[in-house]
Design a protein. Sequence first.
Length: 319
Amino acid sequence: MKIFKNIKNFYLLWKNFNFGIASAELKVKLFRNNESVSYKRYEKIKAYIRSKYGNIIDNYAQLSYDVDSSANKHIEKNCPIWIFWYQGLESAPDIVKMCVESVRRNAGDHPVIIITRSNFAEYVSLPEHILTKVASGKISLTHFSDILRFNLLAAHGGIYLDSTVFVTNMNGNNVFDWCNYSLYTCHTEIRPDTDIAKGLWVSYIFAAGWGGNPFARYMVDMFNAYWENENMLITYLMIDCMIALAYENISWAKEMIDAVPANNQNIYVLADNANEAFNDELYTKAISCPFHKMTYKKEFLIESNGSKTIWGKFIEDFN
């Protein structure tokens, strides 16, 4: 079954884009964990996007924007926190509900706004060609959320969190105190070129200081142009390819991202080790940062083989 799926995907990528991208994607499937193959795949994809939508990149590169200027608005202490769950929280998995409640507990003066299929149009106006392709399934709900998050940030500013980000607060400080920055994201660690984001950003935690933030507007314009012309997603991490193109070609965008200090280096430790038997060392590492990227695709156990798990202890302490 996998062989037929890979062949079909190869054909669709060749038909919609070019042979180079199709073959690069197929090689990634065939040679998993090969860093060179992964790197070449993303380079080809970025080159394709650059060749077709480079005018948008160039226009934003010409903007005069001083990241350090006090005249530019930073992330405010009462800006909205946006969370998206298309069907509404009533039908969301338990882990999503727990994550949202953790955000609310730690939001301080930030209003937490849940975006759903019923209310997103109250906050943003999306082009008809995007709505049509969402309805037809050409744009998945996962990638609709990519589009929606930057439209929300471009229109209103604020903080976007994926619905599976669990927030903790060990020291009583405001974990969303990012008022010294016009853009903020999770900056884990410097990673090799095989990682499209190189550890410098994550798309599931992204904050922009105000409505009209140029980085958010750049992303909106890129998504609008892409989906006006294309009928297929070029790669699952297209959002990161577009951010990478800004980082590599727009000086002020690079300054914005580079200004964010290293933070939340252990953001994946909890989810990766949740079902391990509890031990102090691993648990201390898991709770060493305030943000934890979880998933609704994995069952988290409170006990395993009669012993309390890392997740079981975490729920005792933070839920």
